[in-house]
Design a protein around this ligand. Structure first.
Ligand SMILES: Nc1ncnc2c1ncn2[C@@H]1O[C@H](COP(=O)(O)OP(=O)(O)OP(=O)(O)O)[C@@H](O)[C@H]1O
Length: 314
């Protein structure tokens, strides 16, 4: 039996002239949360819908719980829960009635009432799907995806557009699924969501994986020294004062400040001496380093460093 919940190898998917997925590979472990993180249009939905068996790939190989999502769809159905971005619920179905129907397809469902309570949907149990707010529709789709106690759930943008309270309820439910040994593969463009929930993060840009690892792999070992200066500075001169292998990156500029990130060779921890070297160089060159701080990289920074773009701005 394959150990991975999902294995994707060299996946390619185009729509006419648009290449949505351009040779993408990753593996999602069983019983863990894997986040496919990337900006809008990166190819996340195409990838996850191919894994769900709803779209066919042009080429590449996909295995879900060791099976082919299209050829083995019948065998996968009872084991896999799916939450689509578009909902997938008939517009006239009432929330509670829909959950009871979905529950009836499963051998050991979670009681519909429990999920309605957990996701704050009790007051709209008798409301038709089309009259629910966007956030309520999303939570109902999530409830339907997990009600059959699947081994694996696919969640496409589970918290997009939710208010903070509904987002927290969704995060709690996902954390509980993981604690119960359910594998979760979700897409998101919120890096906080990936950082908070995911055991493994696959960063996708332009249909390709640009980074893949545990959140700690991607961020922990990457401390950096941040500061801003009024006007640009001579980065070559600063680099020559630093230990070999250091880097100085321009992170961007506001109206009058240019923001820099300085990292050591192999992104090791930044110690007091390294900070002193930078500030000594600044003093010698008449530069005032503003907002100076040392911090661990976030996934947002990792994305920025890898693509030159800000995840929030794309
Ligand atoms: N059915 C389709 N027909 C034509 N183009 C499509 C179709 N589905 C997706 N695309 C295009 O493929 C690219 C990748 O889209 P996809 O939805 O997979 O990305 P995404 O990362 O999930 O983005 P989003 O978060 O906006 O859903 C985009 O350029 C999109 O416009």
């Amino acid at each position: 039996m394959s150990t991975a919940a999902v294995e994707v190898t060299d996946l390619v998917k185009s729509y006419g002239d648009t290449t949505a997925v351009a040779g993408l590979s990753f593996a999602a472990p069983r019983g863990a949360v894997t986040a496919l993180l990337g900006p809008n249009g990166a190819g996340k939905t195409s990838t996850i819908e191919i894994c769900e068996g709803f779209r066919t790939a042009d080429s590449g190989r996909v295995r879900v719980l060791g099976l082919d999502p299209v050829a083995d769809a019948a065998a996968l159905k009872p084991k896999v829960g799916v939450m689509l971005q578009s909902g997938g619920v008939p517009t006239g179905a009432r929330a509670g009635e829909w959950l009871r129907l979905v529950a009836s397809f499963h051998a050991r469902p979670i009681p519909p009432r429990t999920l309605l309570e957990r996701l704050g949907l009790v007051s709209v149990a008798e409301t038709p799907f089309r009259r629910l707010s966007g956030g309520q529709q999303q939570r109902l789709s999530l409830a339907a995806a997990v009600i059959g106690r699947p081994e694996l759930v696919f969640l496409d943008e589970p918290t997009a557009g939710l208010d903070p309270q509904a987002r927290m309820a969704t995060w709690d439910l996902i954390a509980e699924l993981r604690a119960a040994g359910v594998g979760v593969v979700l897409t998101t463009h919120y890096m906080e969501e990936a950082e908070r929930l995911a055991d493994r993060v696959v960063i996708i840009d332009h249909g390709r994986v640009v980074a893949d690892g545990t959140t700690d792999d991607l961020t922990d070992t990457r401390q950096e020294l941040l500061f801003a200066t009024a006007g640009g500075l001579d980065t070559d001169s600063l680099l020559s004062a630093l230990p070999p292998g250091s880097r100085v990156d321009v992170l961007g500029s506001d109206t009058d400040l240019v923001r820099y990130a300085v990292t050591t060779a192999e992104a090791a921890d930044i110690g007091p001496e390294f900070v002193a070297t930078v500030t000594t160089w600044c003093a010698a060159n008449g530069v005032l380093p503003q907002d100076l701080r040392v911090r661990r990289r976030t996934l947002e920074d990792v994305f920025l460093h890898l693509t030159g773009r800000d995840l929030r701005e794309t």
